[in-house]
Design a protein around this ligand. Sequence first.
Ligand SMILES: Cc1cc2nc3c(=O)[nH]c(=O)nc-3n(C[C@H](O)[C@H](O)[C@H](O)COP(=O)(O)OP(=O)(O)OC[C@H]3O[C@@H](n4cnc5c(N)ncnc54)[C@H](O)[C@@H]3O)c2cc1C
Length: 466
Amino acid sequence: MASIQVPGGTIPVEYSADVVVIGAGPGGFSAALQAARMGVSVLVVEKLDMPGGVHTSGFQGSANEGVGGIHSELMQRFAAEGYIYQADENNHPDWAGNPLSHYERMKAAGSEFTRLTFNPEGAGCVMADMLHEAGVKALYGTTFVDCVVEAGSGNDTIRAIIVENASGRLAIAGRIFIEGSGTGQVVARAGAPFVAGGGPQPETARWDGVNRPIPGGLLWTMSGVNYQSLVRHQKHAKDPLLEKVIAEAQAAGDLPDGLYRPRMGGKGVYGEAYIGHPTLDMSPMAAKGTYVLWQNVPYDMALRMDSNGDDQATAIQLLRGYINAEGKFLKKYVPGFEDASIASIGRFVGVRDGRHPVGEHVFCLDDVRAGRRFRDAVTKPMSKIFFWDGYRPYTFEVSFRSFLPKQIDNLILTGASLSFSYETIFMVMRNFPWCTQTGEIAGFAAARCIEKKLGPKELEWTEPYF
Ligand SMILES: Cc1cc2nc3c(=O)[nH]c(=O)nc-3n(C[C@H](O)[C@H](O)[C@H](O)COP(=O)(O)OP(=O)(O)OC[C@H]3O[C@@H](n4cnc5c(N)ncnc54)[C@H](O)[C@@H]3O)c2cc1C
């Protein structure tokens, strides 16, 4: 391919801060908030128009009671500001056990359930307020593009990041940098080691012996849905999965190939337990008559959306086309959707399995299976079920060294960019509460480093934060 010479030269250092955070998803947001609350100067760059990442801009608004710290504070604040919506058997009779229900379909029909969601747009406003109240300088509409790295005799140091926004291309200097991009972008730009996503999964997670990357996904909402009318159709037409209306629409040429793919067989993440499978499912969200729906990047497209612009563009085009077709199909063919319309589409196709930075310790399934305990554990032992490993419950710890990327001295990892192997992805290392906790831990560590004039790798971690 042809190349072109670009002018070199200098660019202005427009801002500087003690702690510079790249990306304001759950990880970056809570890192920025915690560090600012400890009295250091904090600047965060976020390319979209609000904090919250996948959970606001990406519409993944699952709420719960909170796991302590900033995560619980968020849940309480969303509730206090009227942004939590509760679906239960009173307003959604026949929802438990309904095959269209994303989360409750495995429950016994008629059983009790409570589903809490937060309104992603409202939540984004609250999170922006919280950063503002804490004195964080938040540069929205600002995209991180590169790092200025100074080589050392041992490790390297990031001196500044390069960003682009309405002011043009500028530099931001800092002492400690925090990786909150969700896809290890700072690590990659700084030249530090990482493992690309989509690597070979353990045998227990395979289906048919085939290795498939965990697909990225795009969430969207429809409002104006008459739920009772939908349930009446499911019962009276004996069409619980909407197969009859799907067949009708297909025969009429109203559904593109590939839009409704059958659920994959098998067990584990690619079988029954896989969330975000490419078939019709939905979940009540934000308000009466509003539902969130999922479109996953098809399994057979080996997309590297975090590192290949072509793949990313193809995925966006494809999924938008599917959403358009699905919205029209539901309206035209499915009782209960006559007055519904597409309300919103997530601002980005989320990457579930992106780059995995290589840290001073890489958290892996063996740590969990062996029940390894770490002198520098960031939390007391946590208990979780590991889907990857046959639904087994484990109690485990995570070392602070999993927050420290190899090769760079002044970068701290958070959220989906922590150092972990892909087998630990599912429902542990990349879940929302944990990503928020890792951000808070990173923010605490960064502020401590500034106070004590230490680098993150010199900080002695002696007791769990949570
Ligand atoms: C489709 C999907 C569904 C999911 N469902 C669930 C679920 O049901 N439950 C659950 O617990 N977890 C779920 N997850 C996982 C969870 O959402 C993520 O692991 C978590 O959001 C990661 O947090 P993060 O802060 O690391 O990154 P993200 O949430 O990805 O946030 C990264 C932020 O950085 C910003 N950013 C990125 N690049 C740049 C740049 N170059 N310059 C400036 N800003 C940038 C982005 O705009 C974004 O705001 C899901 C993930 C996806 C993708």
